[in-house]
Design a binder for this molecule. Sequence first.
Ligand SMILES: Nc1ncnc2c1ncn2[C@@H]1O[C@H](COP(=O)(O)OP(=O)(O)OP(=O)(O)O)[C@@H](O)[C@H]1O
Length: 625
Amino acid sequence: MTDLPGRRPPPIPDKAPTFRERIENLRHLGRLVAQIWRTSKPLTAASIGLRLISSLQPIAMLYVGKLIIDEVVRLSTGAHPGAGFGDWWASGELSRVILFLGIELALVIASDLLSRATGLVDSVLSELHSNTVSVELMAHAAKLDLMHFESAEYQDRLERARRQAAGRNALLSQMFGQAQDIITVVTLAAGLFFYAPWLILLLPLSFVPAIWGETRFNTLAYFMSRWRTPERRELEYIRYIGASAETAKELKLFGLGDFLIARFKQLAHTIYLENRDLSTKRAAWGALFSAISTLTYYGAYAFIVWRTITGDFTIGDLAFLSGSFLRLNGLFQKILLGFTQIAGQSMYLDDLFSFFEIEPTILSPVNPKPFPQPIQKGIVFDNVGFRYPDTEGWAIRNLSFTLKAGETLALVGENGAGKTTIVKLLTRLYDPDEGRITIDGIDLKAMRIEDIHAHVGVIFQDFIRYSLSARENIGVGRIAEQENMDLIADAAERSLADQVIAKLPQGYDQQLGRLFKKGRDLSGGEWQKVAIARAYMRDADLIILDEPTAALDAKAEAEVFSRFKSLAAGKTAVIISHRFSTVRMADRILVLENGRILESGSHEDLVAMRGRYAELFELQAAGYR
Ligand SMILES: Nc1ncnc2c1ncn2[C@@H]1O[C@H](COP(=O)(O)OP(=O)(O)OP(=O)(O)O)[C@@H](O)[C@H]1O
């Protein structure tokens, strides 16, 4: 299988970050440590403390080992007090060796306990940390603009950050382990330096090539993963539509299973081939570097053996030195590789922390003006123009109209005319690029965003079907009142959701949706009634329903709207609908085309004008005749 046409080329190695960039990425480690510390101070302190103690264990073990060997050699070559153990014991000659053996035993047991305790603390801490990161990610994502969620680039960044939230836990143990190894190295090197200083010089020879290799492959792996984020998201997406309740109906009827599987396989295969190549190269170079390191070790070992034969070192020294050298060699490599790995991981951390650096652009002013309550005059769109980020055309342009207080305004127009965009601007999910929107003369930008949202009840056509209880599904419309059963029941009654809920076996406590076993799914129209109740939860002056009745049957729609009209009396309302039976109830209708107003007036006015509206109305009416 080959690469999909039009896909991005594989990562370009020479685009690897410069040394400076890598060092700069290390700054994220400070943020990581701060985040870990925030997660749990006692556990972080415990992890560091336990490692500090463990770091002294290797030199202690080696030195006690040397003492044991030297003592054994002394005892075996000196005068024997007798043939049996009893004679040796009675002579007291064994006391030193027994003491050393006891110390070694204690060290081994302590080391085992320490490493288990460290593992325990680390695993608990890393799970807590992963939760902390997820919570901080969600909190930050909640602050971002709608624009960020509607842009593929930000979706990629969010996806990369999300992956890091769970994926970087090993870094925590690695960083602390690194500190532990450094202390061990210092103690071992001091011992080695005392006996044979120049042996230390041999060490770099064994690890420098390995470090070079690791750094290069880490960088490549990072870039590969970064490069492929869109494809990975696509894979996730295919996996999702291939196996979800929402898509099952269409997939079966259109017979899309094989199509999706083929697409998944092709994408996954491309990524697999790249990963396999990288892993193979990494393994081959790794084997070569490891051979160099082994050779160095045996060179040093041969030298120590020779000095022992010539009598410069005791047998105990031989064991101590060769042991130290072996440990040092291993540790040096581990530390330096650890550093490159940490540096490599810090590139991934960049994905995480740079997500936290994305700032929302839709902000509340420093000195906000209050949302007019009630709205006295109305809402004015004054020559408003808006273009979605990274798009060429204007979604709406030169748009001017007034929505008078207490008026019900309907927006009609073909798909893509700009109706939903007007609602997004009106609720400050986006800011206009040109012109301004005012409520009673106050610019929307002069008010607190939360204040605007609190006073506007809006239900979009793609409202969420929460897999929560019926009560919660309505309560989320005003989260502070989610326990207020009277308010919820009242909202349900207004939207006719009460009749839907009355039929549920567990009433308001019935879990909705089909995601969970005890959930009960609703029909499209029933869901809409529940969603509309959310808008009624707010005692909002401005109610916006963006195609809320599309799935309602004709009778239910007429009922919902006659209620809406009576309930909306005195309130300002915006309705978007493709059904003229709904639209005609509005006080005034704006007919939009390509983001501009084509016609405006009451149903009767517009029909009399015999323009676009009349044409569309006739078209739909003809369908019913
Ligand atoms: N997030 C977005 N990014 C880029 N372009 C967008 C985005 N959302 C909408 N558009 C474009 O802006 C224009 C207006 O879209 P809008 O959703 O306001 O239309 P609409 O009148 O509500 O349509 P419909 O009746 O289909 O709901 C369309 O050309 C659409 O393709």
